[in-house]
Design a protein around this ligand. Sequence first.
Ligand code: NAD
Length: 297
Amino acid sequence: MANVAFIGLGNMGGPMAINLVKAGHQVAVFDLSETAVAHVVEQGASTFATAAECVKDAEFIISMLPAGKHVEGLYLSEQGLINHISQGALVIDSSTIDANTSRKVAAGLAEKGINFIDAPVSGGVGGAQAGTLSFMVGGSPEHFEKAKPVLDNMGKNIFHAGDHGAGQVAKACNNMLLSVLMVGTSEALQLGIANGLDPKVLSEIMSQSSGSNWTLDVYNPCPGIMENVPSSNDYQGGFMVDLMAKDLGLAMDTAVSSQSSTPMGALARSLYAMHATAGNGGKDFSSIFNLFSKQED
Ligand code: NAD
């Protein structure tokens, strides 16, 4: 069992840290929110007054923060953890951020002999609680192998995508595809409804036909077709529109930096930005279904 420091105990980080405690690791945690810390400490983690004290003896430092500026600030700023983490320790950043910031943090830490992998996740809050996340890792094969036993305690599928930043690129590609599938599924279902079809029957037809996809089969955006999905719970819980809009921004940055053409992703980004601006940022991303509704709310 290992000494692990875990920074960022929000919707995702909290349950991930708790799974490490349950697996028997010595886990020291830190978050700016005292409530978030208290919840994980109740499950057996220890805590310190500062993140710097928290990482002092850690072999693994895991961070799960909102965006790139938080990750860069945490590690590389003047008061950053770069001056407190032991040489040879492995930093695992699981936040979804831009690949260039991951590479910058990796290079900065390397100057002090500190190792780094980017390891963003897929699977949402449910996957974080159940310990069934997918991890997409960017870093050396050696550090991937070192991290794997720890990641196994929080996830089911652990992939090595390539060198530093590759995990973030894989995550951006996946979420861009997911958004395109969700938008396409929503407009197809609304087209059927507008032409008199029962969306449940249409869903069954498309699920058994070549239109089958995850958003239709597992996460249907039309209310009342599936139980236990956000669309049947007023689009509460799940994966927020604001977070999808952020991830699509990262995908577009990645496309611009590699001069790739991603017209479907660009359209999906605009639609999600519009949907968020209309006041839906806190709803689940399947609520984009309502954008194509012909009925007045
Ligand atoms: P969240 O806002 O619930 O949690 C972030 C936590 O980080 C908060 O508790 C905040 O207090 C803490 N924090 C911020 N700056 C800090 C600092 N300097 N030091 C210590 N703590 C700090 O966010 P979340 O939903 O847990 O998401 C975290 C990351 O995971 C994001 O990058 C998100 O895109 C990604 N992600 C989220 C989901 C999801 O379904 N929520 C799924 C996959 C990936």
